[in-house]
Design a protein around this ligand. Sequence first.
Ligand code: HEM
Length: 143
Amino acid sequence: MQEPNNLNKAAPDPNSPFALLGGAVGVQAIVESFYSIMDSDQQYLPIRKLHPKDLTPSKEKLYLFLSGWLGGPALYIERYGHPMLRARHLPYAIGITERDLWLDCMKRAMVQLQTPPELQTGLLQTFFGTADWMRNQSEAIIP
Ligand code: HEM
């Protein structure tokens, strides 16, 4: 019997984004760049200030999550169970501004690490879906 995909015990898929990014080392590098850009450029203050002063746990959790989400070992699920990302983000006010800052910061991390452009484009589309799903503020619609 086949194991469910999200347990990912089988050999890693060589065409997964996880593998194309360079495996665990590559994904850790993206997370590191992502948070160091967020931490050093004032324009990201609206999302930086939602995070704790010490970003170490945030980095660790994002890495564990992205590992599985990008097709590598499902480390977050093994440790914490179902990610329930939307519920876990409910304590933070996330609107279009916060979503777009998060995505911009991720884009800069991938540019900094010279992620192949076609992989960047694909990942940003996927990140957009998840980041948009995280919105929990109703936005004023200006006619
Ligand atoms: C849309 C804008 C987003 C904002 C403003 C935001 C903000 C945050 C904040 C403030 C935390 C708590 C950090 C901590 O407890 O150390 C967090 C946790 C987390 N975020 Fe986001 N986030 C966003 C989008 C995303 C996206 C798109 C992903 C994944 C693709 C993601 C993955 C995670 C994960 C895995 C955690 C840890 C959850 C836990 O176990 O507590 N976030 N986020």
